[in-house]
Design a protein around this ligand. Structure first.
Ligand SMILES: C[S@@+](CC[C@H](N)C(=O)[O-])C[C@H]1O[C@@H](n2cnc3c(N)ncnc32)[C@H](O)[C@@H]1O
Length: 287
């Protein structure tokens, strides 16, 4: 049975715990395959950059439903992979899939990676697929991750480029905002775009104990469903709250606009929007 006692997190991550160990995490857990499919092109590129060797100990930060952890564990065939995440329901999916896929060297922990007491120097590789931009205190979190790596250990993280480069986000939020200004969280607040500015993230990683920080650019189509209707449902499940305060006719118009946008992006490969990530690599320095 799942333990439902709330975990201890840093005070700066209390809101993230509420979201990810609540409705947001439950929705990801219920739609794990679609989320994995949407980001498939980035998944393979990130794993290639992580250059996982058979004996490596790998840490997957914000592992969610654990596809990256399981694939990292397969690459670390005589090593291990540990996935850490805030969401108990996403971790339930991660654990049951590891079990059913026979991946026995992957383990999972529900904890706040910003403050988790990792054994210092115990990992060869730390990776994260869109899991490192939600920390309330990104500097503290990356110091903690650097400390968990051995000197010379590798960091490989995938983070979204700015909102303006991600058509999927501007289209969905644009439709559901119904003419209101797009929500723009302050750059220091946790959000999908909190690691999108290399001028801020490079120095952040260097001052956290990393060196040789490099930003690789990858632009890739993202898949949201086989049909416009499926894609519309998938996105309304995540962003429906944006229209909750509209009157009925404005809400209907916004939802119809979202469907139109999905229809405009229907291809023979399903509903596809353009997107862009930074694939960031670095090494833990000797400090
Ligand atoms: C956008 S999801 C990505 C999940 C997964 N990496 C993937 O690609 O499917 C972000 C994940 O980061 C996790 N997360 C956010 N803040 C965290 C923290 N402080 N410690 C550990 N995990 C965190 C969330 O619970 C969520 O599962």
């Amino acid at each position: 049975m799942t333990d439902t006692t709330p975990i201890h997190v840093d005070a700066t991550n209390a809101d993230q715990l509420k979201a990810w160990d609540g409705g947001e995490g439950d929705y990801w857990a219920a739609n794990a395959d679609l989320y994995d499919a949407s980001i498939d092109r980035y998944h393979h590129a990130l794993l290639a950059l992580a250059a996982i060797a058979p004996a490596d100990a790998v840490l997957d930060i914000g592992c969610g439903t654990g596809q990256t952890t399981r694939d990292a564990a397969r690459l670390a065939s005589s090593g291990t992979a540990l996935g850490i995440d805030l969401s108990s329901s996403m971790l339930d999916v991660a654990r049951s899939r590891a079990e059913s896929e026979g991946v026995h060297n992957a383990t999972f922990v529900q904890s706040d990676a910003q403050i988790h007491p990792f054994e210092p120097g115990s990992f060869d590789v730390a990776l994260s697929r869109t899991g490192s931009m939600f920390f309330g205190n990104r500097a503290e979190a990356h110091v903690n991750i650097a400390r968990a790596l051995r000197p010379g250990g590798r960091l490989a993280i995938g983070v979204w480029q700015p909102m303006s480069e991600n058509e999927w986000f501007t289209s969905f939020v644009g439709a559901l905002s119904a003419g209101r200004p797009l929500p723009a969280p302050p750059p220091e607040a946790p959000s999908p775009f909190a690691m999108s500015e290399p001028d801020l993230v490079g120095p952040l990683l260097e001052s956290s104990g990393f060196e040789d920080v490099e930003f690789g650019e990858l632009r890739a189509p993202m898949f949201f469903g086989e049909t416009a209707e499926q894609a519309q449902d998938f996105i309304l499940g995540q962003l429906g709250w944006l229209v909750a305060d509209l009157n009925t006719s404005d809400r209907r118009a916004a939802v119809a606009e979202l469907l139109r946008s999905m229809q405009d992006h229907e291809t023979t490969d399903g509903v596809v929007f353009s997107s862009a990530m930074w694939l960031i690599t670095a090494q833990r320095g000797d400090r």
